[in-house]
Design a protein around this ligand. Structure first.
Ligand code: NDP
Length: 346
């Protein structure tokens, strides 16, 4: 069985969803009540691959909401409790979705293997970042030509280049796609220099330097809400792939020739018959999901029960090849500009 650990996008949303699901006692509580609420296994689902194989899965709502991010102990407890529940339910491989993988890494939860009487078995969990990185690269490769960008002549900026997903994207774009120039953007200089030497190329830039010269920009960093960007300084055409969480770039960029694509989202070849992606506010919740969630499904389909994506900067091209091949085989495709336009019309 595969598992997905997720959360609502806001406290307001979480209360509304809890009411709909019949958890009235929690729904009516204030944020302090929610801080003590245990994780809930809200749904079981069966998924049929394009190959005909059927697997079973479960969605666990961690009862975390982004308003709790500043409460370190609460955020930590929410993620560990949800992982404990997944393990107790006997789930083979569970993806940490949304902020839960960020909390796991940034709060160094590897040190917290013991949750009450359960010893967490890391082999049962994956961040899903390998599939996310592969999907983002495919989104660039497929959609750049659609808006008139020739990647062989293009400058591609990766914002968050030194991160787990960003570094994998840079490896792929320099070795597989072969873009004309990679612009590497992050705040700390030392990891940028290490990445540049690993890639044997790429230019280290500030965000202000990169944006006006980039034909395509891949965002794989959670950017501050206060970030102000002058869209008039961007190239025309310019393809923006919003791979961060939450996905809010379309609020910041608009204008002639600027194309914003939701990054790291995949579409399954048929309706799944679940309600869990309505919680994640997907445009087509019966088919669309975060690529990190889909990674848990793919590992279950492939009977690859291991923490496939784990730790930082361990994503190899071989792992991306494996998960990419499985993704296509079982019926997933990366969401593209065309799909987004169609969804808006329907
Ligand atoms: P990491 O923490 O490994 O990397 C974050 C990167 O962003 C680092 O390079 C960091 O470098 C950089 N960064 C952070 N803040 C800024 C800033 N203000 N300006 C420029 N660079 C910045 O994160 P991951 O690679 O695991 O995840 C990246 C993003 O992708 C996250 O937002 C995550 O939520 C999202 N994600 C999306 C998924 C999906 O949509 N399917 C699935 C999984 C993750 P430095 O600190 O030096 O600036």
């Amino acid at each position: 069985m595969f598992g997905l650990i997720g959360h609502s996008t806001s406290f307001k949303d979480a209360r509304r969803k809890a009411m709909e699901l019949g958890y009235d006692h929690i729904a009516e509580g204030d944020l302090d009540v929610w801080c003590t609420a245990p994780p809930q296994l809200v749904e079981y689902v069966k998924v049929n691959s394009a190959t005909g194989k059927t697997i079973e899965g479960a969605y666990i709502d961690s009862c975390f909401v982004p308003e709790m991010l500043s409460r370190f102990k609460t955020a930590r407890r929410k993620v560990l409790n949800a992982m404990e529940l997944a393990q107790k339910k006997g789930i083979n491989i569970t993806a940490l979705g949304g902020f839960t993988s960020i909390i796991f890494e940034n709060f160094n939860l590897l040190q917290n293997k013991q949750v009450r009487n359960t010893t967490l078995d890391w082999e049962r969990f994956t961040t899903g970042n390998t599939h996310t990185a592969w999907v983002i690269c495919r989104q660039l490769e497929k959609n750049a030509p659609l808006v008139g960008i020739d990647l062989k002549k293009a400058k591609v900026a990766v914002v968050g280049a030194t991160g787990d997903i960003g570094s994998a994207v840079c490896r792929w774009l320099s070795q597989r796609t072969g873009v004309a120039e990679l612009l590497l953007v992050a705040r700390q200089q030392k990891p940028l220099q290490e990445l540049q030497s690993e890639l044997n190329g790429g230019s280290i830039c500030s965000l202000e330097e990169a944006l006006p010269s980039a034909d395509a920009v891949i965002w794989v960093a959670s950017m501050p809400k206060t970030l102000e960007i002058d869209s008039s300084k961007l190239k025309n055409p310019c393809l923006m792939i919003d791979g961060g969480y939450p996905k809010n770039l379309d609020e910041k960029f608009s204008g002639e020739g600027i194309h914003v694509l939701k990054g790291g989202i995949v579409e399954f070849f048929k309706d799944i018959g679940w309600s869990m992606m309505e919680l994640a506010e997907m445009e087509r919740p019966q088919r669309e999901m975060f690529a990190c969630f889909a990674e848990a499904m793919l590992l279950e389909f492939e009977e690859c029960h291991t923490n496939f994506s784990w730790g930082r900067n361990n994503i190899t091209l071989e792992k991306m090849d494996f998960i990419g091949k499985a993704s296509v085989k079982h019926g997933f495709s990366a969401v593209g500009l065309k799909t987004q336009i169609q969804a808006a019309v329907v």
